[in-house]
Design a protein around this ligand. Structure first.
Ligand code: NZQ
Ligand code: ZN
Length: 392
């Protein structure tokens, strides 16, 4: 086991009707002027935004709103959000939505707390460490990105289409309200994207060079089994409370660090996927399912036993009379087949991104290496040629 620290300060408030506590949760943390951030229309249409605003008012809080966050959120909206928050003198950010809204709120909180810094050039490009931010609370409406408990925020710069994340413990929300009923309006496609993303946050930790972490590995395998069975159920029975409960809780645990403690996180499939979202604005989960099978087959020989164990523990494969390689290949097939069963893309053509020419693949690869300045992954370290081979 590698040395680690585990810091997961987000208070999880789970259950039906819990969004009614939102005003009280902010007030008890000293928030008084709240900028409420939300997405397109889902929180307006469902009445959730009005209920939340009523709860804030009841607790005597002043609030302003900023809607219009799009999936794969843009820097430009964050910058106008910072101006809005400054003018309003906000001292607390409340995100109502999923990863895109939460990450926008986190970035606005960073910008307001650091007026002397350039959000992108200084903080997102990691020239200056993040040392202050405003507190953020979350009302989660989609189990997927895990941003409600993660240390990360991911933005896309409008003009260059660079998609980059910034990790900091200051990004961990103060509280997250998880009411599975709030997911009942989710389109099936978004549920499936969420299932893939939740699995990926644990798989991108599980496939790493350290394989001596018994407890961490068992936690990861248990989480994956539950997400697979609940994901199936949620797809077959839309709005199923029990299934969405499991997915919501798993989503928060899958990206708060727990399922990779003592290991060296890999996250290469995420980095491969981010370039596709940046370039084609594809849904995050769909980019992950599109690259995972190719990544896994390419990296298989880095640790065949790991994939074999994954097959036995997660997919319930019977090891009797089978070699490790056979088990490993079946485990990869089972994962790709599962993504298919959720109607998720498992290659570029299914993702519909129309990448065909070698020149386009080369450009995608160059961007994934941050223009020749990095490799990705730890399970197998991938350089430019590896990335190109996987994309191909
Ligand atoms: O905008 P609205 O109308 O709300 O619609 C959203 C959006 O179109 C819809 N939606 C959300 N809740 C709904 C709903 N529709 C109906 N009913 C509801 N209850 O779902 C769509 C997708 O929303 P989004 O927030 O983009 O989804 P997700 O949570 O998957 O977030 C994806 C973003 O998070 C980043 C991704 O890269 C992507 O930008 N990630 C953030 C991470 C983090 N901060 O830790 C980690 C992840 O790996 C990921 O990179
Ligand atoms: Zn993700």
């Amino acid at each position: 086991m590698e040395a680690f620290q585990f810091y997961s300060p987000t208070q999880i408030i789970f259950g039906r009707g819990t969004e009614e506590q939102v005003g009280e949760q902010i007030a008890r943390r000293g928030g008084s002027r709240v900028l409420v951030v939300y997405g397109g229309q889902s929180a307006v249409k469902s009445g959730l935004l009005s209920r939340v605003l009523a709860s804030l008012e009841q607790s005597g809080l002043s609030c302003d709103t900023l809607g219009g966050v799009k999936p794969n959120p843009r820097l430009s909206l964050v910058l106008s959000g910072i101006q809005r928050a400054e003018a309003f003198q906000a001292n607390f950010l409340l995100a109502i939505g999923g990863g895109s809204v939460i990450d926008t709120a986190k970035a606005i909180a960073d910008g307001v707390a650091n007026p002397e810094l350039d959000l992108w050039d200084d903080l997102w490009m990691k020239k200056v460490p993040l040392e202050r931010s405003l507190p953020v609370g979350v009302v989660l409406t989609i189990p997927a990105a895990g941003s409600e408990s993660s240390d990360s925020a991911v933005l896309t710069k409008d003009d260059t289409l660079e998609k980059r994340g910034l990790g900091s413990d200051l990004h961990r929300p103060r509280f997250a309200i998880l009411n599975p009923d709030l997911t009942a309006t989710l389109p099936r496609y978004q549920v499936a994207c969420g299932v893939v993303d939740i699995m990926s946050h644990t798989m991108d930790r599980y496939f790493n060079p350290i394989t001596t972490n018994q407890l961490t590995d068992e936690l990861a395998e248990g989480l994956l089994r539950v997400v697979i069975s609940s994901g199936r159920r949620a797809m077959d029975h839309p709005g199923d409370y029990q299934a969405m409960s499991e997915l919501m809780w798993a989503g928060s645990l899958s990206h708060n660090g727990l399922t990779g403690l003592g290991g060296k996180k890999d996250f290469a499939p995420h980095q491969l996927g981010h370039e596709l979202s940046a370039r084609f604005d594809s849904a995050h989960g769909a980019t992950l399912s599109a690259v995972w099978g190719s990544w896994a087959r390419y990296c298989l020989d880095a640790d065949v036993s790991r994939f074999a164990r994954f097959g036995v523990k997660v997919w319930g494969l019977d090891p009797t009379g089978r070699t490790e390689r056979e088990l490993a290949l079946s485990a990869i097939d089972a994962t790709v087949y599962f993504f298919h069963s959720l109607d998720m893309p498992t290659c570029f053509s299914e993702l519909g991104c129309g990448l065909q020419s070698e020149k386009e693949l080369e450009e995608l690869t160059r961007r994934c290496t941050f223009f020749g300045t990095r490799t990705i992954g730890t399970f197998r370290v991938l350089d430019h040629d590896d990335i190109l081979a996987i994309y191909r």
